[in-house]
Design a protein. Structure first.
Length: 211
């Protein structure tokens, strides 16, 4: 079957159709990785490009991400069974003291749509929790989000904790959120910074050499 049809329906945010087409592709014996990459990932990368170009806004991205999740619901168990890993494992969270998660959730969806495995720790996450999870899941990157200027110093604590725990050479740290800048990332020793969810995918790929 034409996997582009999956991508097209995903871009339009048609979750039931995406789910149905993914199931159909698997039933027809289509390779699961091919369905993931040429169907869901291809669709989400168009969504990401449109979002970046201001042709799509947050609601369209969220609807497309919901469609992607519907498709992933079918693929995930098969991928797990075949032990097919994503292109990298990312631990995401909003730092301690901060309860904002819309931006972080958007980044999580875009990264999952790009083929990464995401472990989302939620909001108000301590440096210890980031480190513990990164070690346990053998993460490639830790992504930190903050929306309040008062919680930005928590990011510095996480970067320091990564260094102290001996993960510095193994795990990259990326930061994002409205009050943040590249110069702040440089100041605290973070490896990367992204101003928005669409750029976050490009930045992660660059940091991990994954595309």
């Amino acid at each position: 079957m034409d996997l582009k049809e999956i991508a097209d329906n995903l871009i339009k945010g048609k979750a039931p159709e995406v789910k149905e087409l993914v199931q159909k592709a698997i039933d027809e014996g289509e390779d699961v990785e091919k369905v993931l990459n040429e169907g869901l990932v291809a669709g989400m990368s168009v969504v990401g490009a449109k979002f970046k170009a201001n042709e799509f806004y947050v609601p369209e991205v969220l609807i497309a991400a919901r469609a992607m999740k519907a498709g992933m619901g079918i693929l995930r168990p098969i991928l797990a069974e075949k032990n097919i890993k994503g292109i990298g494992t990312i631990v995401l969270g909003t730092v301690r003291g901060d309860l904002h998660d819309i931006g972080k959730n958007l980044v999580a969806m875009m990264l999952e749509g790009a083929g990464f495995e995401i472990i989302d720790l939620g909001v108000d996450v301590s440096p210890e929790k980031f480190i513990e999870t990164a070690k346990e899941k053998k993460a490639d990157l830790v992504g930190l989000s903050a929306l309040l200027t008062t919680t930005m110093p928590s990011m510095k604590d996480v970067v320091k904790a990564v260094g102290d725990s001996g993960l510095k050479d193994k795990v990259k740290v990326m930061i994002g959120g409205a009050p943040l800048t590249q110069s702040y990332a440089d100041e605290i020793g973070a490896d990367g910074y992204a101003p928005d969810a669409a750029s976050a995918v490009d930045e992660v790929k660059q940091l991990l050499g994954a595309g």
